[in-house]
Design a protein around this ligand. Structure first.
Ligand SMILES: NC(=O)c1ccc[n+]([C@@H]2O[C@H](COP(=O)([O-])OP(=O)(O)OC[C@H]3O[C@@H](n4cnc5c(N)ncnc54)[C@H](OP(=O)(O)O)[C@@H]3O)[C@@H](O)[C@H]2O)c1
Length: 289
């Protein structure tokens, strides 16, 4: 496994395992366990995925079997918008995430969206970080203008920004802004999230064939070579194994550019951060009473 170094010197694996839309607890715990067995050390969940407890189960099973220790793992979760109304609510929700996972601390915790009173929520995260409950703190879906304002304002700058990043939405400007503030980029939907149809693209297929790799592996490798952390999701064992097998080949500059030329310049996902209806939908989404 390769690692990136966060601004607080913490090492973060450059490839991890995402568990969005794996609501079934048994399936989630088993996938996490299989992923760790296959060599993954980073697991990405969120309070809103309602599977933090299942992630904890999978992690404990792997640790109990001696596959790795807790210290080898990098467990990420995220604060949902419902709990981003004030400092106290955020504090309580951070504690709830840790408790649900059954782990003593989380390695990374993110503001899931730049919504609600996210500055107050951030102060609760800064305090939890300083108390050692969270080993690193960061944000998600912070577009360049929002990230700039945030970094210029807060006491502790976010160490990571998890945003949509794949060849159809390369977000080059966003990466430059993150670099300016020493924020590590992390890609959600690195395989396209089930959209865009990359697996049928002739150019991607030709590059994959050249290295005797799959299109999925080429997509992941492309982001890794840009210094972006990737967290592909799969509930299929063969794909879990395939998606981590990306460290034995290197795309050349011409291939990197060819892949980047797929950029549409906008997100085709259902998460429409610039649309008022999407913001209102997030603000009203309740994940607990
Ligand atoms: N911060 C945020 O707002 C945010 C938003 C979205 C996602 N995320 C995080 O990012 C993670 C990844 O994003 P994502 O799950 O949306 O998308 P993704 O990882 O890009 O794509 C997952 C989809 O690709 C399929 N797949 C996996 N490996 C494959 C392979 N080798 N070949 C072909 N298809 C493959 C999966 O199907 P199977 O499962 O059936 O294999 C699933 O349908 C999430 O799990 C979550 O942790 C964060």
């Amino acid at each position: 496994m390769n690692y990136v170094t966060l601004s607080n010197e913490l090492k973060m694996p450059i490839l991890g395992f995402g568990v969005f839309r794996v609501p079934d607890k048994k399936e989630c715990a088993e996938s996490v366990y299989q992923a760790i067995k296959a060599g993954y050390r980073l697991i990405d969940t969120a309070a809103s995925y309602t599977n933090e407890d299942a992630v904890g189960d999978g992690v404990r099973k792997a640790i109990n079997e001696g596959i790795c220790s807790r210290e080898d793992l990098f467990i990420t979760s995220k604060l949902w918008v419902q709990d981003m109304q004030n400092y106290e609510m955020a504090k309580k929700a951070i504690d709830a995430s840790i408790e649900k996972s059954g782990l003593e601390y989380l390695d990374l915790y993110l503001l899931h969206q730049a919504m609600g009173d996210y500055f107050s929520a951030w102060r609760a995260m800064e305090d939890a970080y300083q108390d050692g409950k969270l080993r690193a703190i960061g944000v998600s879906n912070f577009y360049p203008n929002i990230l700039t304002n945030f970094c210029e304002t807060v006491k502790i700058k976010p160490m990571v920004n998890q945003v949509e990043l794949h060849p159809y939405f390369t977000q080059q400007q966003a990466l430059e802004t993150m670099k300016e503030y020493n924020v590590i980029p992390e890609a959600w939907a690195p395989l396209g999230g089930g959209r865009y149809n990359p697996f049928e693209d002739e150019m991607l297929i030709a590059i994959a064939n050249k290295y005797q790799k799959t299109v999925g592996q080429v997509l992941l490798r492309w982001n890794i070579q840009r210094g972006v952390v990737v967290i592909p999701k799969s509930t299929h064992l063969e794909r879990i194994i395939e998606n981590i097998d990306v460290f034995d080949f290197e795309l050349n500059d011409s291939e990197m550019n060819q892949i980047s030329s797929l950029d549409q310049g906008y997100s085709g996902s259902r998460a429409k951060h610039f649309e008022p209806d999407f913001v209102r939908m997030c603000l009203s989404k309740k994940i607990h009473d």
